[in-house]
Design a protein around this ligand. Structure first.
Ligand SMILES: Cc1ncc(COP(=O)(O)O)c(C=O)c1O
Length: 385
């Protein structure tokens, strides 16, 4: 008989959502006291705060000095779509997807922009073959597939010299994975992922080649104001110095600044990457030790260190979706882990956010709860049979 006694200890912070993600360790709202609330974002105090966020982003991510960094509306989606609508159409495009967000960008390219597109889609758990991709076309892809837990291991497959632009949705990768800037012409992310910031704004990072495209290629379609990065054929430089297109949340920006300063205080990007890797390793080791659960990522080289996606492999499970939901519900009801169900379009299973704000001890304390909930649900199945 399996022991169905619940584990004695719960994670101190049971927040394992893949966005919004756990706040930084020791977070409190008092940390936002310096936010210039009620002041104009165009006053010098507001602009200085936005510029500080841009500068710290550059510092921690190691973004080259000649790349532009802008804070833009509508979170990561806003940043990706702004890039697609502003840059694509000059040459054919390759759209690469291995989960639902990447597939969303495929829909944008094919159904909305109606581009001359080569679409490469890999099933959940796999990644597309980058060896087949023509980088003389523009290429759009997601670095870390948040809903499949499959990531690009590195940028080696992207040639340093290429005629097309690379547009990379890095929202669940930035601050937890190395991003090779020389290989990326447009990189986007939002604040509520790896640094545990607030949902609101997107960040767009442009290489000099992306800026050149913006200044030489006017798209054939109309651009709404919130997508416009140029005026009279020139880049609007102010956007990349804290003069946002429309009104940002100074509270969300302050929260991002607090997270950036925490990131710097613990050792910057190497420390952030190490934290996520250590967290993911706990889950990977747990899978290796238990035959009834496995990483959705088939190749360990592509296994995410932020959104770790798991599937149940026990042959006694007949309705995979109901089983996975029941496990997640049981863990949540015990207060041991919140928001851990697989994404709605993904195969049934669990998704455990292991990004840099999550404490390794909390991931360790979560593992016995997964085992407990699994065995309890298997016992319930046996009883119902
Ligand atoms: C890979 C990826 N792209 C885009 C998004 C959408 O992000 P946002 O809500 O910041 O627009 C998400 C959200 O989880 C994501 O994981």
């Amino acid at each position: 008989m399996t022991d169905l006694t619940p584990p004695a200890k719960r994670p101190a912070n049971p927040r394992f959502s893949s966005g919004p993600c756990a706040k930084i360790p020791g977070y409190s709202l008092d940390m936002l006291a310096d936010a210039p609330l009620g002041r104009s974002h165009r006053a010098s105090v507001g602009k200085a705060k936005l510029r500080e966020a841009i500068e710290l982003t550059r510092d921690i991510l190691g973004v080259p000095a000649d790349y532009r960094i802008g804070i833009v509306p509508a979170s990561d989606t806003g940043a990706v779509e702004m890039a697609m609508w502003s840059l694509l159409g000059q040459r054919p495009v390759e759209m690469l997807a291995w989960e639902s967000f990447g597939e969303g960008w495929v829909t944008d390219a094919v159904k909305q922009l109606k581009l001359d597109a080569t679409v490469r889609v890999a099933p959940y758990g796999q990644i597309v073959d980058f060896g087949l991709v023509d980088f003389d076309k523009d290429v759009v892809f997601t670095w870390n597939g948040t809903t499949s837990g499959v990531r690009l291991p590195n940028g080696d497959a992207i040639p340093a010299t290429r005629a097309g632009l690379t547009i990379c949705d890095a929202t669940s990768a930035a601050f937890a994975m190395d991003l090779p800037w020389a290989k990326l012409d447009v990189t986007t992310f939002s604040w509520q992922k790896v640094l545990g910031g607030e949902g609101a704004h997107g960040v767009i990072i442009l290489s000099p080649r992306a800026v050149e495209r913006l200044e030489t290629y006017p798209p054939a379609w109309p651009l709404p104001k919130i997508f416009r990065l140029t005026a009279k054929g020139k880049l609007i430089e102010g956007i990349f110095a804290g003069e946002t297109i429309n009104t940002p949340s100074m509270l969300a920006n302050e929260d991002y600044l607090v997270a950036l300063k925490w990131a710097k205080s613990i050792g910057g990007l190497p420390a952030l990457i190490a934290r996520a890797s250590a967290n993911a390793k706990v889950v990977h080791d747990f899978c290796a030790a238990n035959p009834w659960i496995a990483n959705l990522a088939e190749d360990p080289a592509t296994a995410s260190t932020t959104s770790v996606c798991l599937k149940f492999t026990d042959p006694r499970i007949t309705d995979g979706e109901a089983f996975a939901k029941a496990v997640a519900k049981r863990i949540e009801a015990a207060g041991a882990g919140f928001d851990m169900g697989a994404y709605r379009d993904a195969p049934p299973g669990l998704r455990i956010w292991c990004g840099s704000t999550v404490e390794t001890a909390d991931v360790q304390d979560l593992m016995p709860w997964i085992a407990h909930a699994f065995h309890a649900e298997i016992a319930a199945l046996a009883q119902a049979a």
